[in-house]
Design a protein around this ligand. Sequence first.
Ligand code: HEM
Ligand SMILES: *[C@@H]1O[C@H](CO)[C@@H](O)[C@H](O)[C@H]1NC(C)=O
Ligand SMILES: *[C@@H]1O[C@H](CO)[C@@H](O)[C@H](O)[C@H]1NC(C)=O
Length: 516
Amino acid sequence: MHTRNMDFFFSMLALLFFSFLFSISKRLLAKPKKLPPSPPSLPILGHLHLIKKPLHRSLTVLSNRYGPILSLRFGSRPVLLISSPSSAEDCLSKNDIIFANRPRILFGKRMAYNYSAIGWASYGSHWRNLRRIATIEILSSNRIKMYSAVRIREVHSLVKDLFQDSELGKSVVELKTRFSQLTFNVMMGMIAGKRYYGENVVDLEEARRFREIVKKVPAVAGESNFGDFIPFLGWMDLGGVEKRMVRLARERDEFLLALIDEHRRRRNKDDFSCEQGEGKKMKKTLIDVMLSLQETQPQYYTDHIIMGMIAALLTAGTDTSSLTMEWAMSLLLNHPDVLEKAKAELDLQVGPRLLDESDLAKLPYLDCIINETLRLYPVAPLLLPHESSEESIVGGFNVPYGTMLLVNAWAIHRDPKLWVDPIDFKPERFQGPEGAKEALKLIPFGHGRRACPGAGLAVRIVGLALGTLIQCFEWERVGEEKVDMTEGTGLTMPKAQPLKAVYKPSHSMLNVLSQL
Ligand code: HEM
Ligand SMILES: *[C@@H]1O[C@H](CO)[C@@H](O)[C@H](O)[C@H]1NC(C)=O
Ligand SMILES: *[C@@H]1O[C@H](CO)[C@@H](O)[C@H](O)[C@H]1NC(C)=O
């Protein structure tokens, strides 16, 4: 017995030895590859020990030290970190298709239907199809215009609330919560024709339940999941993240399925030929749009596909937009001169009536403020991770297939080689024809075929909300101190401190406000 074990041991040793020799000789014989520079790493962890929160900041420290094209290892996962426009161009334009995959991380499996939803699907016919639906059927400029009433309603409801509170003597508002309720109502208004916060909420209990579920999604996504990088830990599910994701996904799916069924029943009851009709009938919601697709191709547009699309819109579209509003307002409070200029533009172009989306085209300065906010505080500072499907060449270096790509938009947006006074808030930099060229250096929504399909919608919601708030109220900081601009940790770069502001109704808008 004993000797048999020894035999086994020695033959394993020999096997290991020969495979080692084999891999060495293969490397020596292959033509030399020039890999991007890489900081010293540890076994197993790779470079994980160098990474601190917030991630975009610690990655910026690394690229400042070792260069704008870096190869890293997060555990067993090879990573390419890009922090310059030319190398970003190499990955997102020139080698666009090669880098169009997404890495398979736990969130994509458990929360995005086995990587089948738009945000986490890898490049291929399925993703292309979802992407086509998203850009043509769901987020096209025509479709977005059809829902402008939803956005106006929600923004007016916020303004009305604030006005009524001020009539009751309040003068301070916590804006983070208001903005996140606003964008959630806007998205659900488009998706399902329902409100989940405020008055006329369809069903209080349903609303409460769904709000709870949705709030938990960024939390599980943000839990740093070592299993994504060290598979061994993933199998053991040490922190229980996977179990929590599975449970949350089940609760969410139950809810979404009920929502879809409700729409299906309504569609069967009254035919949608009169969808434009006034009266009690609701307008065609995005769920209706997707159910129409399901009728034509039921095998493909399953309920899972529809649920995946709704979930993607909610995760990608709500926090991103509301945090951008919060960063923008914070910047404005710290720069009263900019706030004043924005107000002057609104007074001149819109006058004493409420801003409409069709006015946004006449408000270039407001647009500059939004661009400058997205430059300094891109809420997806590292975009979303991509993954390469083939070997490629980036900035003269060989990048192996299966490498996870991170583009540090935050670092590019603050690079002193690219911007004058890079950390100053100066919307003027985007003014005029010269400014338009500056705007080309921005990548808050990514670039290429994986770029954000919701950018047009996002800019509209943010512009309408900001513009209307600037019109209707005088805004000031709480106390003398500047608004604390530290970023907290989380997937979509939140502010560490939720924004509070002092406000009072603008004199010129009192009439309008009291009629809301
Ligand atoms: C200020 C707001 C927003 C910002 C900064 C933002 C930014 C981004 C970024 C950086 C990406 C990843 C790009 C890449 O992979 O290279 C992305 C993807 C995506 N965004 Fe947005 N986004 C915003 C709002 C929205 C909205 C309002 C929607 C839709 C309602 C949306 C839907 C999506 C979807 C579906 C994807 C995944 C696309 C794909 O993987 O093919 N986003 N967004
Ligand atoms: C994902 O795929 C696995 C196996 O391929 C399957 O067992 C599971 O039910 C799928 N989950 C979802 C949410 O589709
Ligand atoms: C803002 O940025 C976008 C995208 O880069 C650009 O198309 C637009 O012209 C910019 N607007 C202004 C006023 O700079």
